[in-house]
Design a binder for this molecule. Structure first.
Ligand SMILES: Nc1nc2c(c(=O)[nH]1)N[C@H]1C(S)=C(S)[C@@H](COP(=O)(O)OP(=O)(O)OC[C@H]3O[C@@H](n4cnc5c(=O)[nH]c(N)nc54)[C@H](O)[C@@H]3O)O[C@H]1N2
Ligand SMILES: Nc1nc2c(c(=O)[nH]1)N[C@H]1C(S)=C(S)[C@@H](COP(=O)(O)OP(=O)(O)OC[C@H]3O[C@@H](n4cnc5c(=O)[nH]c(N)nc54)[C@H](O)[C@@H]3O)O[C@H]1N2
Ligand code: SF4
Ligand SMILES: [Mo]
Length: 679
C-alpha cells in the first residue's frame, strides 16, 4: 500500500476524510514528495470533480508550520500550552505505566476514550481504537454529539438511516432544504438541485437564518427555532383536509394513517402560524405545493435536531413523504442521512465481544459533567479525532474538568487544539493522506479507499498505529489488537452482515478507488421497522414513553433571557477543524453575531460594534452583524472558532448540555442569551 508514497511526483486518487456528507473523490497532485494541489476527481459519479474551498486549500493545513511533529509532555499549567519534546518511547511508557497503575488501583473504567469523526475513516474512528478500549474495559463513550436525536427519530418512522439516492434528486420537481445550510455543508446536493431547477424544480429553504442557502432558494421560509414539528403537523393537517394524500400508498406502505388523520386535526394553520411565525397563507401555499408535487424531495438538516425536541421533529418531518406517496416517484422522498445503506460489518471491525465486563457509559454531550461529577471519577481521558474543549456544549464545565490535576489526559492530534493544551501528553497524528483506510458516505452510495499518498509528517502516526503501540506496551496479547489495516478493511467489508456490500472488496476498492453499494429502491422491500412499513404510528415509541404519533413539544425553558442563540457551523471550517489554520481563518474573517435590526435598535447596537453575548453558563465577545437575515428574538453565530478569535469564553460556553428528547442528542441551538454593547 505504499505505491503512491513511493512516487515522488504525480497525481493520485484519494477521498476527502472530513465529516461531510459529500465525501468527495479527490486527486492529489504531488511534486518532490509533497502535496502541492488538491482537486476534485472528475470521474467520481456524484462529486464530479467539484470540491469546496476548505479542501482546495488543504495543503495549507497539511504543511502549516503549526502542525504537530513529535510527541510532547506538558511543562506548563493545564491549558497554558507549554510543552517539551519527548520520544515516542517515553510517551508510550508514560501513558501505559499510568494506565497500568490506574487499572490496578481504581479499575479500568477510570480510563475513558473521547473521540468523534475528525477523520471519517472507519479504521481510524471505529477500528482498533474500539477493540483496544473494549479489551481494556474502559468506560464507554456514547457518540451523540452530531445527529443522535434525529437518527433515532427518523428511525421510528423509516426503520433506520435510509432515504433516497441523492443522484435521483436531479429528477425532483420540488426540493425542500429543511434546516440545512447545504450551500456550506452539502454543496453537491446544491449542485444537483441546481440541475433539477433547470429541469423546472422549485427550491424552498426553511431555516431560522437567511444564509447563503436561503438566498439561493426560490422561496425562503423563516421559522421560529425549534418549532418545525408544528409546521410539519400543520402541513399534514392541510394535506389530509384537502384530500392531497395518496390513500393507496398510505394503505399499502404505512401504519397509523387513520390515527394520524384524526390527530393532526389538532394542528390547524392558525395555531401553527402562531407557534412557528410562518404566515397562515404561506402554510397553505407550502402544503398545496407539496401536496400537488409528487416528485418532492426533503433534505433534512442538522438544524432542527440540535434542539430539545429534535428527535420528534425529525420523526415528524420524515412522515411527510409518506402522506403524498412521494417515495414512489422518481426524485421523491427524503434524506436525513443514508448511513444505513453502506453499513459495514461493525461487529467484525469493532469486536464488542472483546469487552469482557459490563462498563459504564458516558454521553459525550455530558462530558463536562462526567469529568467533574462522576463517582468513581474518570482519572484518564484519551482524546482523538475531536476537540471537545471547543465543540462540546457547556464548555466552561468541560474545561473545569480538563483542568483537574488528577486527570491524566492524552490528546492525539494534528494541531495544538484547545483540548491538546490541557493534555499531559500530546501525540502527533498523521493526516488521512498519510493513512490507509476506507470510507462510506452517509449521503451517497459509494465506498471509497484511502491509500497513503505521502510519508507521515514528522514523527506523526496514524490512529491504528498508535493503538497497536499502546496494546503492545500494555502487554496485551489478543491478536485482534494487532491486525493490519488491510486485514481490518477485509473484515469490515464482510458482506454477511449487509448484502449491499456484495462485491465490494479490498481489491475492488484498490482497483477502482470508489465502488457503488448494491442499493435497491427503498420501497422495493420491507422497511426495517417492526411492521416493515413506514410507521406514522409507532408502538415502539409508545412503549418507550413517547407519544406514538408526531407531536409538537415546545423547547425546554432555558431561563428568561431574551434571545434564542443559534451557534451554527460556518463555510470555511469544518466544526473546529481549520480554525487553527491562518488561510481558512482569513477567508472567514471574524466571528459575528447576526441579529435583527429591530432588536439591535432597541439595544443601540450597529453593525461592526463589539458586543457581549452572555448567559449563566458563559460570556463571549463578537462583532455585531445587524440586518434582517434572522428574525427578532434570534441571534446567530457561525463557526466553532479558536479561543484566540473570540473574546471571553469559547462560543460553546453559552450552549446547554441538556440532552435532547431522543438518542441522548445535543441541544446546541436551544440555549438563550442576553446581548449588550461592549464598553
Ligand atoms: N462548511 C462546513 N460543512 C460542514 C460542517 C461545517 O462545520 N462546515 N460540519 C459537518 C457536520 S459534522 C455536520 S453534522 C453537517 C451539519 O450541517 P447542516 O445539516 O447544514 O446543519 P447545521 O449547519 O448545524 O444547521 C443547518 C441550518 O439549520 C438552521 N437552524 C437552526 N435551528 C433551526 C430550527 O429550529 N429550524 C430550522 N428550520 N432551521 C434551524 C441553521 O440556521 C442552519 O442554517 O455539516 C457538515 N459539513
Ligand atoms: N455550537 C456548536 N457546537 C457543535 C456543533 C454546532 O453546530 N454548533 N456541531 C456539532 C457536530 S454536528 C459535530 S459532528 C461536532 C464535531 O466535533 P469534532 O468531532 O471535535 O470535530 P472537529 O472540531 O472538526 O475536530 C476534529 C479534530 O480531529 C483531529 N483529527 C483529524 N484527523 C485525525 C486523525 O486521523 N487522528 C487524530 N487523532 N485526530 C484527527 C483534527 O485535527 C481536529 O482537531 O461538533 C459539534 N459541536
Ligand atoms: S469537505 Fe465535503 S465538499 Fe469539501 S471536499 Fe470534503 S467532502 Fe467534498
Ligand atoms: Mo456533525
Amino acid at each position: 500500500m505504499t505505491r503512491f508514497v513511493d512516487e515522488q511526483t504525480g497525481v493520485f486518487p484519494s477521498v476527502c476524510s472530513l465529516d461531510c456528507p459529500d465525501q468527495c473523490g479527490l486527486l492529489i497532485h504531488k511534486e518532490a514528495g509533497r502535496i502541492v494541489k488538491v482537486e476534485g476527481d472528475p470521474s467520481h459519479p456524484v462529486t464530479q470533480g467539484k470540491i469546496c474551498n476548505k479542501v482546495r486549500n488543504m495543503a495549507e493545513r497539511l504543511y502549516d508550520p503549526k502542525r504537530l511533529e513529535y510527541p510532547m509532555k506538558r511543562i506548563g499549567r493545564k491549558g497554558e500550552g507549554l510543552f517539551e519534546r519527548i520520544s515516542w518511547e517515553e510517551a508510550v511508557e508514560t501513558i501505559t505505566s499510568k494506565w497500568k497503575r490506574l487499572i490496578a488501583d481504581e479499575g479500568a473504567d477510570s480510563i475513558m476514550p473521547y473521540s468523534f469523526y475528525g477523520n471519517m475513516g472507519m479504521l481510524g474512528t471505529e477500528g482498533l481504537d474500539r477493540r483496544f478500549f473494549h479489551h481494556l474495559g474502559a468506560t464507554r463513550l456514547q457518540y451523540t454529539i452530531c445527529s443522535a436525536a434525529g437518527s433515532e427519530g427518523y428511525g421510528y418512522t423509516m426503520g433506520g438511516s435510509f432515504g433516497i439516492d441523492p443522484e435521483d434528486t436531479v429528477h425532483s420537481k420540488l426540493i425542500v432544504m429543511w434546516g440545512i445550510n447545504a450551500a456550506s455543508t452539502n454543496m453537491h446536493q446544491v449542485m444537483i438541485a441546481e440541475k433539477a431547477r433547470k429541469n423546472g424544480a422549485q427550491i424552498i429553504v426553511i431555516d431560522v437564518h437567511k444564509n447563503q442557502t436561503g438566498r439561493w432558494a426560490d422561496w425562503f421560509i423563516p421559522i421560529q427555532p425549534g418549532t418545525d414539528t408544528a409546521l410539519a403537523l400543520g402541513l399534514m393537517h392541510i394535506l389530509f383536509d384537502e384530500g392531497m394524500v395518496d390513500e393507496a400508498f398510505l394503505r399499502d406502505y404505512t401504519v397509523g394513517a387513520e390515527e394520524l388523520r384524526e390527530h393532526v386535526k389538532a394542528y390547524p394553520p392558525q395555531l401553527v402560524s402562531s407557534i412557528t411565525g410562518v404566515p397562515v397563507e404561506d402554510i397553505y401555499k407550502l402544503a398545496r405545493l407539496y401536496g400537488e408535487t409528487k416528485q418532492s424531495f426533503i433534505r433534512i438538516g442538522n438544524g432542527p435536531q440540535h434542539h430539545d425536541n429534535g428527535g420528534m421533529c425529525i420523526r415528524t418531518i420524515a412522515c411527510l413523504p409518506a402522506l403524498t406517496g412521494a417515495w414512489m416517484h422518481q426524485g421523491g422522498g427524503a434524506i436525513k442521512g443514508n448511513g444505513g445503506y453502506l453499513e459495514h460489518n461493525a461487529a467484525k471491525l469493532q469486536r464488542p465481544d472483546l469487552l469482557k465486563v459490563k462498563t459504564r457509559r458516558v454521553n459525550m454531550n455530558l462530558i463536562g459533567q462526567a469529568l467533574t461529577e462522576l463517582d468513581p471519577p474518570i482519572r484518564s481521558m484519551y482524546v482523538y479525532n475531536s476537540n471537545p474543549a471547543v465543540v462540546a456544549p457547556d464548555a466552561n464545565k468541560v474545561r473545569e474538568g480538563l483542568q483537574r490535576e488528577d486527570l491524566f489526559t492524552v490528546v492525539h492530534e494534528l494541531f495544538m487544539t484547545e483540548t491538546a493544551k490541557y493534555a499531559d501528553i500530546v501525540l502527533p497524528a498523521t493526516s488521512s493522506y498519510e493513512n490507509t483506510d476506507f470510507y462510506a458516505s452517509y449521503w451517497h452510495h459509494y465506498i471509497q479507499i484511502q491509500q497513503p499518498v505521502i510519508q507521515p509528517y514528522g514523527e506523526s502516526k496514524s490512529n491504528t498505529d498508535v493503538f497497536r503501540l499502546l496494546a503492545h506496551a500494555m502487554g496485551f496479547t489478543e491478536p485482534a489488537l494487532f491486525d493490519s489495516d488491510e486485514e481490518l478493511i477485509r473484515q469490515s467489508l464482510d458482506a454477511s452482515s449487509n448484502p449491499v456490500l456484495e462485491g465490494i472488496t479490498y481489491e475492488s476498492l484498490v482497483e477502482h478507488q470508489f465502488v457503488r453499494g448494491q442499493v435497491k429502491p427503498l420501497m422495493s422491500s420491507k422497511l426495517p421497522t417492526p411492521s416493515g412499513k413506514i410507521e406514522l404510528y409507532s408502538k415502539t415509541m409508545e412503549r418507550r414513553g413517547y407519544p406514538p404519533l408526531p407531536t409538537y413539544t415546545p423547547l425546554v425553558e432555558d431561563g428568561d433571557l431574551p434571545f434564542q442563540y443559534i451557534p451554527a457551523p460556518n463555510h470555511n471550517f469544518l466544526n473546529s477543524t481549520f480554525s487553527h489554520n491562518d488561510k481558512h481563518v482569513k477567508l472567514e474573517k471574524a466571528p459575528k453575531l447576526h441579529m435583527n435590526e429591530a432588536d439591535a435598535a432597541g439595544l443601540g447596537i450597529a453593525t461592526g460594534d463589539r458586543i457581549r453575548v452572555w448567559n449563566g453558563r458563559g460570556s463571549c465577545e463578537l462583532t455585531a452583524a445587524v440586518g434582517t437575515d434572522v428574525q427578532p428574538g434570534v441571534v446567530l453565530s457561525q463557526g466553532l472558532w479558536a479561543d484566540a478569535s473570540v473574546g471571553g469564553d469559547t462560543l460553546n460556553a453559552l450552549t446547554p448540555a441538556r440532552v435532547a428528547d431522543m438518542g441522548g442528542g445535543a441541544t446546541f441551538f436551544s440555549g438563550r442569551v442576553q446581548v449588550e454593547k461592549c464598553g
